[in-house]
Design a protein around this ligand. Structure first.
Ligand code: G1P
Length: 297
C-alpha cells in the first residue's frame, strides 16, 4: 500500500536579496499578498493537500517566521473584547496545532538540495512534499492537492511542471520528457538551469514536489551542481537512473513567481482583484491607468 504524504518541507532559508532593503529585517516569506504573508498561502495549500507536519528549513534572521506561527493571546483577547469576530476568525485560521511545526536551521547557504537534506531526520523513511513559498499558485483545486491525487495513482517522485518561454530555461529545472500523457509526463532526465540551446524541452519545474525518501539518500552523496550549489534537481534526476519513477505534473492554475519583483506585483494585483471588497476599486484604478497610458501615447 502506498504511504500517504503527511509531511512537507518548506525551504525558507534564502536571503531574499532581490527584495532588499525590505528583507534586511523581514524574511521574504513574510511579505504579503494583500494581507496574507506568502508563507500563509503555502501552509494553506499544504493543509488542503492533507499535510499534518510542517518542517521549515530556516536560517539566521528568520525569527519573525516562528513568531508568525505562534498563537497571539493578547491580540485575540483584545479582538474578542471589541467584538471583532471576523478578524478573530482570520487570526485563528493561522494558528497551528502544537507540535505540528518543526524548525531546522540550514547553517550554510549550500543550495536547495542541501536545504531539503537538512530535514532528513524529520522525514525518516516516508514520502514527503516540498513547497517553495516563492512560487504562489492560484488554483481552484490547490496545486499540491492535485498532485497528491495524481500521485496516488503513480507513486514515485512527482514535480509540478509548466511550459515556459524557451529563453527563460536558465531560471528553472527543465524536464527531458520520455512520454507525454497530457497532464502527466514521465521523465527521462532533468537539468538545472540549462542555457536555452541546451534545454531538453520547455517544460519547467515549479516549486511543488512529492518525493520518495530515496531522494534524501541521494542528497547524502550529492556534489555541487549548477551555480556551485547542491541541487534538488540532480538528486531527483539520479532517481531516474535507479528506479525510473519520476513524473512531471502539469497542474491547473496560475503560477506567480513571487521571488521576482514583477511576479510579486502581478500576484498582488491578481489576488487583490480576487477579493470582493477590493475588486471594484482596484479594477477602476487599473482601467484609469491604462487609459492614461493610452492617452499619453
Ligand atoms: C528552484 C529549483 C528549480 C525550479 C525553481 C522553481 O530554483 O532549483 O529547479 O525550477 O525553483 O521556482 P530557484 O528559483 O530557487 O533558483
Amino acid at each position: 500500500m502506498k504511504r500517504r504524504v503527511t509531511k512537507a518541507v518548506f525551504p525558507v532559508a534564502g536571503l531574499g536579496t532581490r527584495f532588499l532593503p525590505a528583507t534586511k529585517s523581514i524574511p521574504k516569506e513574510i511579505m504579503t499578498l494583500v494581507d496574507r504573508p506568502l508563507i500563509q498561502y503555502a501552509i494553506d495549500e499544504a493543509r488542503a493537500a492533507g499535510i499534518k507536519e510542517f518542517i521549515f528549513v530556516t536560517s539566521r534572521g528568520k525569527s519573525a517566521l516562528e513568531d508568525y506561527f505562534d498563537h497571539a493571546p493578547e491580540l485575540e483577547s483584545s479582538l474578542r473584547k471589541k467584538g471583532k469576530k471576523e478578524l478573530l476568525k482570520t487570526l485563528k485560521s493561522t494558528n497551528m496545532e502544537s507540535g505540528a511545526i518543526a524548525y531546522m536551521r540550514q547553517h550554510k547557504a549550500l543550495g536547495l538540495g542541501h536545504a531539503v537534506w537538512c530535514a532528513r531526520r524529520l522525514i525518516g523513511n516516508e514520502p514527503f512534499a516540498v513547497i517553495l513559498p516563492d512560487d504562489v499558485i492560484a488554483a481552484e483545486k490547490p496545486c499540491l492537492q492535485q498532485m497528491v491525487e495524481a500521485h496516488a495513482e503513480t507513486g514515485g517522485n512527482m514535480v509540478a511542471a509548466m511550459e515556459v518561454a524557451p529563453d527563460k530555461s536558465s531560471s528553472y529545472g527543465v524536464l527531458d520528457i520520455a512520454k507525454d500523457m497530457g497532464s502527466m509526463v514521465s521523465v527521462r532526465g532533468m537539468v538545472e538551469k540549462p542555457a536555452p540551446e541546451e534545454a531538453p524541452s520547455n517544460l519547467a519545474v515549479i516549486g511543488r514536489y512529492i518525493l520518495t525518501p530515496e531522494i534524501m539518500r541521494n542528497l547524502n552523496k550529492m556534489k555541487s551542481g549548477a551555480g556551485g550549489e547542491i541541487q534538488l534537481t540532480d538528486a531527483i534526476a539520479q532517481e531516474i537512473e535507479k528506479s525510473d519513477n519520476v513524473y512531471g505534473y502539469r497542474f491547473r492554475g496560475q503560477r506567480f513567481d513571487c521571488g521576482s519583483k514583477a511576479g510579486y506585483l502581478q500576484a498582488t494585483v491578481a489576488f487583490g482583484l480576487a477579493r470582493d471588497e477590493l475588486c471594484d476599486e482596484l479594477s477602476d484604478y487599473l482601467e484609469s491607468m491604462v487609459n492614461m497610458r493610452r492617452a499619453a501615447q
